[in-house]
Design a protein around this ligand. Structure first.
Ligand code: SAH
Length: 215
């Protein structure tokens, strides 16, 4: 019997209740993770662990990406801000969830990775993502307010400027805490303030820039 590692992941996520939104399963199935990683690791595309993408950065573990995306409660037509594009894989999943009427704005502080993400997304014909090579730790006010914000690098706290750029009733998901381990925070903006819950502990590469960790 041939084992399909992509299907194994989906079965595991459904069994464990990690994915409830059927649209997220479709999004995962539609995006080839192997197209976002270096040829050196292509055999490991569906291993449930992060992989190096160069410049000391990583593509997040598939389960982590699903937990964050599920938590984001993305609806078709949403405008989403991602901070930390990396190779663009998470952005591709967000793009599928937001659909043709939605839009993903994603920021990346390392220009070479922003370029890599752009070409990866173009190669699989994803058109509703704009990759912006900037320090995104303060968000991206030009397109604000956003329905959803996702931070894919560890931040010392949720930058208050991100709360300002989030719509009322909007959701933000971010790994928050010290460099060695962070709590995944899901928060909804209610009457201008964040109502937060923790989704458990994770380890991310650090957020740099103005509101990130000083390097
Ligand atoms: N979303 C990615 C995860 C990339 S890892 C995925 O799909 O797997 C986190 C990324 O955040 C790294 O590429 C890092 O360079 C970037 N980053 C760190 N600080 C940043 C900042 N202030 N603004 C934008 N990107 C940042």
């Amino acid at each position: 019997m041939v084992i399909d590692p992509k299907k194994q992941l989906v079965d595991y996520w459904i069994k464990e209740g990690i994915i409830v939104d059927k649209r997220l399963i479709k999004a995962f199935e539609a995006v080839p993770r192997e197209d976002f990683i270096s040829p050196d690791y292509v055999g490991e595309a569906y291993g449930d662990y992060p992989l190096p993408i160069g410049y000391g950065q990583t593509i997040s573990q598939p389960s982590t990406i699903m937990i964050m995306t599920e938590a984001l409660e993305l609806r078709p037509g949403d405008k989403v801000l991602e901070i930390g594009t990396g190779c663009g894989y998470q952005a591709a999943i967000l793009a599928k969830m937001a659909g043709p009427d939605g839009k993903v704005i994603t920021t990346e502080i390392i220009p070479e990775l922003a370029e890599l993400a752009k070409s990866n997304l173009e190669r699989i014909y994803i058109k509703n993502v704009e990759v912006i090579p900037v320090d995104g730790s303060g968000g991206f006010p030009a397109y604000a307010p956003y329905d959803r914000i996702i931070v894919t690098a560890a931040c010392p706290e949720i930058p208050h400027v991100l709360v300002e750029q989030l719509k009322e009733e909007g959701v933000i998901v971010a790994p928050v805490g010290p460099l060695h381990s962070q709590q995944m925070i899901k928060a909804r903006k209610e009457e201008g303030k964040l109502k937060t819950e923790s989704l458990g502990f994770f380890i991310f590469v650090p957020l740099r820039g103005k509101y990130g960790f000083r390097s």
